[in-house]
Design a protein around this ligand. Structure first.
Ligand SMILES: [Zn+2]
Length: 220
């Protein structure tokens, strides 16, 4: 009985360690900025999207906000000008792997490094520069991801507020969740590619501002 309980607790811990980027068990990640100021940071995963990303960029520009976009290398071809625009608009660009496969966390060390480097070269092709920033697909970390990050000298950026926007919940539900978790230095995870992302983004911005927070730019 006690052994079974110990195993259950251990498995629970290992699951948390891998699936919560905030756990910091395997990889040191910036998940919240240390600050006393009421400032928060917007980040977008799985960019670019030919239709939605330009709309999201328009909303950010209109509101004078700089965000971070974690791009999937396999989505860059055909969207080079959009990726270039993300950089030209002054947003941070990060590597989010080339394949973004479910199996990413269990790839061999060599294949994982090659996948990240392939994304790097796609981003370089579009923007002309390298990015030192990385967000692991699904936020999953483990010893292999840690090895890759060390080997390629990447800075990992996580999040402190997950919006679950990819499930397309009602906008009000997303806003409630953000209001509940909002703190100084929060890093918020959104996805630019989902349909209606520009409308959701404006609602998120308005809500955060109405709570007395402003938007910061992730700088290192
Ligand atoms: Zn992703």
């Amino acid at each position: 009985m006690i052994v079974a309980l110990a195993i259950a607790i251990l498995l629970g811990f290992l699951f948390y360690a891998s699936y919560s980027i905030k756990s910091q068990v395997y990889v040191r990640a910036l998940c919240r900025v240390k600050t006393q100021e009421k400032v928060v940071y917007l980040t977008f995963d799985d960019a670019p999207d030919a239709v939605q990303t330009p709309k999201v960029l328009d909303v950010l520009k209109r509101n004078g906000i700089k965000a971070a976009f974690f791009c999937i290398g396999g989505r860059v071809a055909g969207c080079e000008s959009i990726v270039k625009r993300i950089a030209d608009d002054g947003h941070l660009i990060g590597n989010h792997s080339y394949s973004h496969k479910n199996t990413f966390p269990i790839l061999s060390r060599r294949t994982m490094i090659a996948d990240i480097e392939r994304c790097q070269s796609e981003l370089r092709r579009a923007t002309g520069t390298d990015t030192p920033f990385f967000r692991p697909p699904f936020g999953v970390t483990n010893p292999r991801v840690a090895h890759t990050v060390r080997k390629l000298n990447l800075k990992v950026i996580g999040w402190s507020i997950r919006t679950y926007d990819t499930n397309q919940p009602p906008v009000e539900k997303v806003l409630r969740r953000i209001r509940r978790h909002l703190k100084s230095g929060s890093i918020i995870l959104l996805h630019d590619g989902i349909s209606g992302s520009e409308t959701l983004l404006q609602a998120v911005i308005d809500t955060i501002r109405s709570e007395g927070y402003s938007f910061g730019e992730l700088k290192f």
